[in-house]
Design a protein around this ligand. Structure first.
Ligand code: CDP
Ligand code: CDP
Length: 268
């Protein structure tokens, strides 16, 4: 059968990658893989064992944890995927990804600020990147990643996949059919992330949330991701850059979906 159409979405923290990637996958009937969730699971496990990820002496131990971790993603897509002009409806039907670490649902635990603050240190370790690379490349073959209204629909997942992260277009899927690099102003990103944290309840009420602190954390994380030695955050030469600061989610999803149609047509 035809090779699945690969869409790679990269960009800095809270630029809109996962929201956009999920919506694109839903519109096209593609599989969705959130690679950041892998780094977050490993970080969650490292912190649970009270291991300091910034101490270079712990690199081997952390790499072993990464290798041994069993991580599974399950994305639930809404049945109706028509285009709506109503932003609320779009958000309401946003697919959700559940993340399992050793079959335990850790979806909210991996999104706390505590994990966010340490994830870039863990993701900078060569052994961790190697382990995640292996896991995400093999996950494409699993057919439990796509569900429509709760029932498995493995047929559609073979048509294509959307993967988001930091090194998808450069390292994980260097021959992707479409590469997108999302960017947005850091203040706008901080506002979005704050709203998200409040809405999801991922962060306990006692954890103080202020916009300046969230913005500082995003900028610090981007800096670590951009300057690390292995697979840094970087726009692939052949990536299409999209600034989402002033765009609606609907527009950014539409731009990408249209581009997929255009490339599929010209390849046919
Ligand atoms: O959602 P957000 O942009 O805050 O983060 P994420 O996509 O969940 O990724 C969390 C962290 O994992 C990033 O800050 C990177 O350090 C790391 N990451 C990576 O190094 N490579 C990827 N392909 C994906 C994530
Ligand atoms: O995956 P990444 O960290 O890049 O971003 P995300 O988790 O998708 O978070 C981006 C947040 O900004 C989400 O709450 C989106 O609803 C929101 N947003 C967006 O992505 N694009 C817009 N044009 C407006 C808001």
């Amino acid at each position: 059968w035809a090779k699945p159409f690969q869409v790679a979405i990269d960009g800095p923290a809270a630029s809109g990658k996962s929201t956009t990637a999920k919506m694109v996958a839903q519109r096209l009937g593609f599989q969705y893989i959130d690679t950041g969730a892998f780094y977050r699971c490993i970080t969650y496990e490292v912190l649970s064992r009270e291991i300091d990820p910034t101490d270079p002496r712990n690199e081997e131990q952390i790499s072993n944890i990464a290798e041994q971790a069993h991580i599974r993603l399950q994305t639930l897509f809404a049945a109706a995927s028509g285009v709506s002009k109503d932003q609320d409806r779009i958000l309401h039907s946003l697919p959700t990804t559940r993340v399992f670490l050793e079959e335990q649902d850790v979806s909210s635990q991996i999104r706390t600020e505590h994990v966010s603050q340490h994830v870039s240190a863990v993701a900078a370790i060569g052994g961790v990147r190697q382990a995640v690379l292996q896991k995400v490349r093999s996950i494409g073959a699993q057919d439990d990643a796509r569900y429509v209204d709760g029932s498995p629909d493995s047929k559609s997942s073979t048509e294509g996949l959307v993967m988001d992260g930091r090194d998808i277009g450069t390292v994980v899927l260097p021959h992707a059919d479409l590469k997108v690099f999302l960017v947005a102003d850091s203040r706008v990103r901080a506002e979005r992330r704050l709203l998200e944290l409040i809405k999801s309840g991922a962060t306990p009420a006692q954890e103080k949330l202020d916009i300046d602190a969230v913005q500082r954390d995003l900028e610090r994380r981007d800096e670590l991701d951009r300057t690390r030695k292995v697979s840094p955050l970087m726009k692939a030469k052949d990536a299409m850059e999209l600034d989402t600061s002033g765009l609606t989610i609907e527009t950014q999803v539409d731009v990408i979906v249209q581009e997929v149609y255009r490339r599929r047509k010209s390849a046919a």
